[in-house]
Design a protein around this ligand. Structure first.
Ligand code: NAG
Ligand code: NAG
Ligand code: NAG
Ligand code: NAG
Ligand code: CU
Length: 432
């Protein structure tokens, strides 16, 4: 009982009370400026993994370990309702991918709103366990770039024992991830008792029952990374729908800070979908994509998935490559997607500064309102649709703002306007 109250107060301090403060002060603001924003109290500031203090590092490890081992029901009794076990997040992600209407979380405008909601839910769960961590960290891949990245091959390198573990897996051990925070972690089986209601859409690998894509036949129970060189041997590009993009031959393919910042330019990318084309594979026709993508550029979002997970000689997907269940790569998955979210938020702030009307309720950053507006998104993924309606987000803005029918893409956008309503920001934005 005492624990519950403590957990509630913690969540209140971290998220909800600020949201209330924010809406009270919204009256006078058309669009928030950077300055107002950084002055706002109680906004969670997401920091780069390597900027965490030693104490924060320990909190992160302990919070994630709890989520990986304590089931939702037991965890909620200890930490309150925001707590969800980690397998909940894997199943939710896989349900989005396998939705009969087409992917509800990827390959279109929905990508960032779905992942923003997913990250918020994960963050609130994590903070219910370790409130002193204060925010979910992100991973800036450009700092690990093999051409001059600050942490490349240092003890703080992301692919080191302190963080995600080495990229060098071996055939003798079935390419298992052996070191790092989650070395020798085993992929769980689909839990029919807890997630049975989602089984018609997703119930694990059809051959192994493990939390991998229905079509995955990968039978190692360990989180798996195949050698990135396999990708290059097999192919140099990948096609999805009408879009063909190069597959990187190295984990970072020289992806630099300049590549990252290019996508935040609101003069070059003037609406939501244009931003998506800059760093993600989408269902948009190749002809349109070419207008936005530099020729031959590997894309930030899928590039990391492909290069880290890679493929076996037989063509099995490594875990980061398996779209449905890539959250099996715990640290890299949330770290990478928070870094993409950071890019999106900076772009949103730039767009709002350049053209305040673009951030209005009417324009909503140019997120497509309907198929008449933009024909390439899957049904269910337009502005006023409930995000991932077959596995809804109901409490991503804390316990005082629960929406049982599920938040829509518009709700997610409206509730996370940088500098105006967002309950979180990023360290690099505060400094801007
Ligand atoms: C399990 O999932 C598959 C799709 O991956 C589906 O065809 C099948 O009906 C599901 N099984 C049950 C019992 O829901
Ligand atoms: C696991 O998969 C590999 C590669 O497909 C195969 O060679 C092996 O026989 C399988 N092992 C089991 C126990 O199913
Ligand atoms: C290689 O890529 C091309 C174009 O993207 C595709 O058509 C082909 O099926 C791929 N081949 C293999 C072996 O994956
Ligand atoms: C976004 O901008 C691009 C390029 O100007 C345009 O093709 C597309 O239709 C726009 N999308 C929306 C929803 O306005
Ligand atoms: Cu995803």
């Amino acid at each position: 009982m005492t624990m519950k109250i403590v957990a509630f107060v913690a969540v209140c301090i971290l998220a909800l009370c600020w949201v209330q403060l924010a809406s009270a002060s919204e009256v006078d603001s058309e669009v928030g400026t950077q300055m107002k924003w950084s002055k706002r109290p109680r906004v969670r500031v997401r920091k780069e993994l390597r900027s965490l203090t030693q104490a924060e590092y320990s909190l992160l490890v302990s919070g994630l370990s709890t989520m990986l081992s304590v089931p939702t029901a037991q965890g909620q009794a200890l930490y309150g309702k925001q707590y969800k076990a980690y397998d909940y997040f894997i199943v939710k992600h896989a349900v989005s991918v396998n939705d009969p209407r087409g992917d509800q979380g990827h390959a279109g405008s929905n990508f960032m709103t779905f992942h923003r909601a997913w990250l918020l839910e994960l963050e609130l769960s994590l903070l219910s366990v370790v409130p002193e961590l204060r925010a979910l960290p992100y991973w800036d891949i450009t700092l690990d770039n093999s051409k001059g990245g600050r942490y490349f091959n240092t003890p703080n390198y992301i692919f080191s024992s302190r963080w995600a573990g080495s990229l060098d897996s071996s055939a003798a051990e079935n390419f298992a991830v052996k070191d790092g925070l989650f070395g020798w972690r085993q992929v769980g089986k689909f839990n029919w008792e807890v997630y049975g209601e989602y089984a018609p859409i997703y119930n694990g690998s059809l051959t192994t029952g493990l939390l991998r894509s229905p079509s995955s036949t990968l039978n190692s129970t360990y989180v798996t990374r195949f050698p990135v060189s396999n990708l290059f041997k097999k192919n140099t590009s990948m096609t999805m729908g009408d879009t063909t993009v190069p597959i990187p031959a190295d984990f970072d393919w020289g992806y630099s800070a300049a590549d990252y910042w290019r996508c935040t330019d609101a003069a070059a990318y003037r609406n939501w979908t244009a931003w998506s084309y800059c760093l993600d594979i989408t269902t948009v026709p190749q002809e349109l994509l070419k207008q936005y993508m530099p020729p031959g550029a590997a894309l930030l979002h899928p590039g990391v998935h492909w290069a880290v997970g890679s493929l076996s000689e037989q063509g099995d997907m490594g875990d980061m490559f398996d779209v449905a269940t890539s959250p099996n790569e715990v640290l890299l998955f949330f770290g990478h997607h928070a870094n993409i979210d950071r890019n999106n938020m900076i772009w949103q702030a730039n767009l709002a500064r350049r053209n305040p009307a673009a951030a209005s309720r009417q324009a909503m950053y140019g997120y497509p309102a309907s198929s008449a507006d933009y024909p390439y998104d899957n049904p269910g993924c337009y502005l006023n649709d409930v995000v991932n309606a077959n596995f809804r987000f109901t409490d991503i803005f804390g316990p005082s703002a629960v929406k049982p029918s599920g938040f829509t893409h518009a709700d997610v956008l409206w509730g996370t306007r940088p500098g105006v309503s967002s309950p979180y920001t990023y360290d690099s934005m505060v400094r801007m």
